[in-house]
Design a protein around this ligand. Structure first.
Ligand code: RTP
Ligand code: MG
Length: 139
C-alpha cells in the first residue's frame, strides 16, 4: 500500500449509535478518498491478532470483547499525509482529551469505547488494510 493511505474502523459503539453516515461525511469532507470499505464483524481471534500489540495491557480482554460485540465499518482511506492527518481528525484516544471538532470529541463516550480507529504508522496502515481487504477490494 502506498504511504498516502491509512486504515480505519468505525467501532461497534459508533455503528450501534447510528453514526456511520455522520462520521463518513466528516471523513470525506476532510479530504479523504475511500479506497475500500465494508461492514464486517471481527471474531475473537481477529481482534486478538489486530490488537496483539496491546495483549499484555490490563484493558486487553475488555478491548477484544468491545471490538467483537457487533459490526464495524472497515475502510482504507487515501489523502496526502493520510496517517498523521487522520489521527488529527479523530483526536486523542480519550475523548475527554480530544480537541473540539474531532471525531472522538463528537462521537465517543470513553477511552474504552472511542468510536473510531486510525493506523499509527504507514507500515501499520498497510498491515491493517491487508488484514481486512484483498488487493481487488481496494480501488
Ligand atoms: P486505535 O488503535 O483504536 O486507533 O486507538 P489509539 O491508537 O488512539 O489507542 P491505543 O493506545 O492503540 O489503544 C487501542 C484501543 O484500546 C482501547 N483502550 N482502552 N481502558 C483503557 O484504558 C484503554 N486504553 C485504550 C481504546 O479502544 C483504544 O482506542
Ligand atoms: Mg492504536
Amino acid at each position: 500500500m502506498a504511504t498516502n493511505r491509512t486504515f480505519t474502523m468505525l467501532k461497534p459503539d459508533a455503528v450501534e449509535k447510528g453514526h456511520i453516515g455522520a462520521i463518513l461525511e466528516k471523513i470525506t469532507a476532510s479530504g479523504f478518498r475511500i479506497v475500500a470499505m465494508k461492514l464486517t464483524q471481527m471474531t475473537t481471534a481477529d481482534a486478538q491478532e489486530f490488537y496483539a500489540i496491546h495483549k499484555e495491557r490490563p484493558f486487553f480482554p475488555e478491548l477484544v470483547e468491545y471490538m467483537t460485540r457487533g459490526p464495524i465499518v472497515a475502510a482504507v482511506l487515501e489523502k496526502d499525509n493520510a496517517v498523521e492527518d487522520f489521527r488529527t481528525l479523530i483526536g486523542a484516544t480519550n475523548p475527554a482529551d480530544a480537541a473540539e471538532g474531532t471525531i472522538r470529541k463528537m462521537f465517543a463516550d470513553s477511552i474504552s469505547e472511542n468510536a473510531v480507529h486510525g493506523s499509527d504508522s504507514d507500515d501499520n496502515a498497510a498491515i491493517e488494510g491487508a488484514f481486512h481487504f484483498s488487493g481487488r477490494e481496494m480501488f
